[in-house]
Write a protein that binds this ligand. Structure first.
Ligand code: HEM
Length: 393
């Protein structure tokens, strides 16, 4: 078997093998041993920390425009817009998710986390994904958006139609994405109409009134930002919680460290973001013939930037395969890197911190339910099932 073919097989494992989906780190390490960047089938994958950082900070060479199909009629904003237009959008959107503004909502989030725990605390076991990690960030984000939380099931289905379209129809994933994209535009359009008529304390109202250099956002731009919010805001924190708790539920040593010292929570969150890297790859398209760490890339070729692999690269993270809640520095790639670095980091960190605190305050002990293993979904690393046995505090 040629080298390229064997790499391709390794790479495909990530999509098809449940064992690799649950524990992708050994695969990342094998890929890293093979090279810092490799040609894998039709695309080039960047793997090492240096290779990933270089690709992500050079958008003029590696564009986000048309890098991936997301079912949208126009580029999704700001994810699929390159600088300099990208900067203008970030100047408008970043302040809406500032640390200060997100912190103002922390009591509301804590209250919701406690409400959810109340519902299952006396049951002795809980399916973490459905009972906690999905409703908690999704309801909060829908409220930020100004959509009724009673519509959560519909919105999460729409988000899955973009992120995991092959689960609805394995033969025609792009059709599923296009149809889902249309439905999301319709629903967001209705939200915009309602807020045009009457503003509310929500992000859609703020986007309607936002101005940059005297210009307001067009209705299409608000729809294109809203579409990205639907799958960026409704999947990622759930995935970060699922993958973190899937690890903790199977590692008593690490659980004990958190119970012994709650001040470790922020460090534990960063380290679990690094180790699990829920969004493990981001796409780019080469704007001309070039190379990444000696691996040739052709004009127009797709580059898969494997931030999950970069996050277990010993050259950036000494003893990278050790999960160390005191790791410092910990400049991981879980939120990306360069101009497109995640703009939801303050919201995500606040939500994760409160979720960790409330969980460990209310639940004295937890572990996998007997005979159960975490079942990871395809694509962004959330769990389809995470059955836990719990003891109330
Ligand atoms: C732990 C949770 C999260 C993770 C792991 C995560 C991860 C990422 C990553 C890796 C990127 C870079 C994409 C690229 O370079 O192509 C990104 C971008 C983005 N994220 Fe997040 N994200 C999280 C939470 C959120 C939340 C809660 C929001 C809600 C507003 C959000 C909104 C965005 C947006 C709008 C972008 C595009 C930024 C741009 O293109 O300039 N993210 N995120």
């Amino acid at each position: 078997m040629s080298d390229t073919l064997s790499h391709l097989n390794l790479f495909l494992e990530l999509g098809t093998s449940e064992a690799t989906r649950s524990h992708p780190q050994p695969l990342y390490r094998r890929m890293l041993e093979a090279g810092e960047a490799l040609e894998v089938g039709p695309q080039v994958v960047a793997l090492s920390a240096e290779a990933c950082a270089w690709v992500l900070r050079n958008p003029e060479l590696f564009s986000s425009v048309d890098a991936i199909e997301l079912g949208a009629e126009r580029p999704v904003v700001p994810l699929q817009v390159d600088p300099p237009a990208h900067h203008a959008y970030r100047r408008i959107i970043d302040p809406l998710f500032s640390r200060r503004r997100m912190a103002q909502r922390s009591d509301e989030f804590r209250e919701r986390a406690n409400d959810l725990v109340d519902r299952f605390i006396d049951d002795g076991e809980v399916e973490f994904h459905r009972a906690f990690s999905e409703p908690l960030p999704c309801d909060f984000f829908l409220r930020l958006l100004g959509a009724p939380t009673a519509e959560r099931a519909e919105w999460t289905k729409l988000k899955d139609g973009i992120i995991r379209p092959w689960e609805t129809d394995p033969e025609h994933p792009e059709r599923v994405q296009r149809e889902t994209g249309k439905r999301i535009y319709e629903r967001l359009g209705a939200l915009i109409d309602a807020r045009e008529a009457r503003r509310g304390p929500d992000i859609i109202s703020e986007l309607i009134d936002a101005e940059f250099e005297g210009e307001k956002l067009s209705r299409d731009a608000i729809l294109d930002i809203g579409l990205l919010f639907v799958f960026a805001g409704l999947d990622t924190v759930t995935a970060a919680l699922d993958s973190a708790f899937a690890f903790l539920a199977t590692s008593p040593v690490h659980r004990e460290q958190i119970y012994a010292d709650r001040a470790l929570i922020p460090g534990a969150i960063e380290e679990l973001l690094r180790w699990q890297t829920p969004v493990y790859a981001v796409p780019r398209r080469a704007t001309r013939d070039t190379e990444i760490k000696g691996c040739p890339v052709a004009h127009g070729q797709t580059v898969g930037v494997f931030v999950g692999a970069a996050d277990v690269d010993d050259r950036r993270f000494p003893n990278a395969t050790e999960v160390d809640f005191r790791r410092n520095p910990n400049r991981h790639f879980a939120f990306g890197y360069g101009p497109h670095r995640c703009l939801g980091t303050h919201l995500a960190r606040l939500e994760l911190e409160i979720a960790f605190e409330v969980w460990h305050e209310r639940i004295a002990a937890y572990e996998m339910a007997p005979g159960k293993e975490p079942v990871f979904a395809s694509s962004v690393r959330s769990c389809e099932e995470l059955a836990l046995q719990i003891t109330p505090a």
